[in-house]
Design a protein around this ligand. Structure first.
Ligand SMILES: [Zn+2]
Length: 540
């Protein structure tokens, strides 16, 4: 039985005032990603949800989020969806954690806060800034939050100045990296040779010249327990990087990348003529002839490989569409994708545990899984989910179209209005009882007895009303707002597996040593909610 009386009356009272339809907006910036989980979407959202729930005049309608976008760019999918919902009247209140979540560009942010939102009649709340457009007076309302944004702008100017200072330092031949290359130690603005590790660098060059492969060299170093500065083990990629680093010649090549803040903080490669190259900035570890010899060996190896590929008429490698979602179930490292050319010339790829394959057999166990087996599995999984979605949508729609469903909706509506009129009659009756008791028409016992009957009936009716109303609401809201349905709806059944499709639907794939694959799909809760609703509809 649902609980009644006072609480319900209060609710009814409030809902007769303006109730704001609230949307929560959270953003994870590139800066956050660097700082790891400190201010994750999850933390922001739970704070916002808690805030929204505590507001008597707000109803939480929708949540929007953007990941990996800089605030300097207003082109954000979650943000755009939020604007659409505002324009279509689905929400009229936005809640953010702080203004920096909303955007770092103070002109744009100011434009939204001062012009766009007031014009659209949108209430804007920034929880950490203690700002609420409803209560803020137009004079001082924005001063404090905008001040914060202007501070950010200053911070940006400073970073620009730092950038040009770096440019100067680079041209002077100062070392500007945070970490010295292996074999050196950073001392102030210059590199000095670290005798111990410099010897390892010389040995690596020697071993390449003696004909060892990068993985063989990595294995030697791991077997001997030669310490590596940043990671625990030597990998073949580290060997390659070292033998290609011109810093060992006493030369600094800097300013190879620029960070494109306006386009989401991506690192863009500069063309070599824009690099800042200064010779003889620090003592060399490798002489020019050795370095050149190693470069030639690499070049020849690459050529030989390419020739072999051409000669064997091998097909070119395909792109790894599972990049970033394939993991080893035991060590958690991303899996290697190893190309295998079969005797018949066909190409397949094998996913292997990187920890096990790259020389560290004690740290994990052997695993392998063929891409040619995995992709059909994923395809059928996604297709079956798509099929489910189609079924769910069809059935829900069919049920709604059917005469008895319409009748059911009608009955629900009818029941609700009947219950409401009965409730108001009882309220009237209850007050007339008291009048009659006061006027002496009813004795105290009669009054108490009739009053109790009244209360009981009131309680039952309110409970029933609550149930009907909840049902009505749930039916209306669920399908159109279901994230799972929305994500799947952008793809149609039978479509080819694309990376776009995979990363939008699959969170993670893990392979264990029994070659069992576990696939974690995104939007699991939303899927469950929809299935639950579907079952309710079917059984009703
Ligand atoms: Zn592993």
């Amino acid at each position: 039985m649902a609980r009644v009386s006072r609480k319900n009356n209060i609710k009814a009272e409030i809902s007769s005032q303006t109730t704001y339809k609230a949307g929560l907006y959270a953003r994870l910036s590139v800066e956050d990603l660097r700082k790891k989980e400190s201010d994750s979407i999850g933390t922001q959202m739970s704070l916002l949800r808690q805030f929204a729930v505590e507001q008597p005049d707000m109803e939480l309608i929708s949540e929007y989020e953007d990941t990996d976008q800089t605030g300097t760019n207003f082109n954000r999918p979650g943000f755009n969806r939020m604007l659409d919902d505002i324009r279509e009247g689905r929400i009229n209140c936005i809640i953010v954690k702080d203004l920096s979540r909303f955007g770092r560009n103070h002109i744009e942010t100011g434009n939204y806060l001062e012009r766009v939102f007031p014009f659209l009649g949108v209430r804007f709340v920034s929880v950490s800034d203690n700002y609420d457009s409803l209560t803020a007076s137009s004079e001082d309302g924005l001063v404090i939050p905008l001040k914060n944004l202007i501070n950010e702008v200053y911070a940006k100017d400073i970073s620009k100045k730092v950038c040009s200072q770096y440019e100067m330092k680079r041209k002077r031949g100062d070392f500007c990296g945070s970490f010295a290359p292996y074999g050196y130690i950073k001392e102030g603005n210059t590199l000095v040779v670290d005798d111990k590790t410099a010897e390892v660098v010389r040995r690596i060059f020697r071993l390449v010249i003696e004909g060892y492969s990068d993985s063989a060299i990595a294995r030697f170093l791991n077997d001997e327990g030669v310490p590596k500065s940043k990671s625990k083990y030597w990998y073949k990629s580290a060997i390659k990087r070292i033998t290609e680093n011109t810093a060992y010649l006493g030369r600094l090549e800097q300013g190879k990348y620029r960070t494109d803040l306006m386009n989401g903080s991506v690192r863009v490669n500069k063309s070599p003529e824009l690099w800042v190259v200064v010779n003889d900035t620090h003592p060399p570890i490798i002489d020019h002839d050795t370095f050149e010899a190693v470069r030639k060996i690499r070049q020849n190896r690459k050529q030989a490989y390419n020739d072999a590929v051409v000669k064997a008429n091998r097909p070119a490698s395909s792109k790894n569409i599972l990049k970033g979602i394939m993991y080893c179930a035991d060590c958690g490292r991303p899996m290697l994708r190893h190309k295998v050319v079969r005797a018949d010339g066909s190409v397949d790829y094998c996913f292997l545990c990187a920890t096990y394959e790259e020389n560290c057999k004690d740290d994990c166990t052997k695993k392998s899984f063929w891409e040619s087996e995995l992709l059909p599995m994923l395809y059928s999984l996604i297709n079956s989910q798509l099929q489910t979605l189609t079924d769910v949508q069809k059935i829900i729609e069919n049920v709604r179209k059917q005469a008895n469903y319409v009748k059911k909706v009608d009955t629900t509506e009818e029941s609700i209005s009947k219950l409401k009129s009965r409730l108001s009659r009882i309220t009237a009756l209850r007050s007339s009882l008291y009048e009659n008791f006061k006027a002496g028409v009813l004795s105290k016992d009669e009054y108490m007895q009739r009053k109790a009957t009244c209360e009981l009936e009131y309680k039952e009716l309110t409970g029933e009303l609550e149930r009907f109303e909840a049902q009505e609401k749930q039916n209306a809201a669920l399908l159109s707002q279901n994230k799972w349905a929305v994500a799947f709806n952008t793809f149609s059944a039978g479509k080819e597996l694309s990376r776009e499709l995979l990363i939008s639907l699959i969170e993670r794939i893990e392979v264990d040593s029994n070659s069992d694959v576990s696939i974690t799909l995104k939007y699991r809760d939303e899927y469950q909610a929809l299935i639950k609703m579907y079952k309710m509809e079917v059984s009703a």
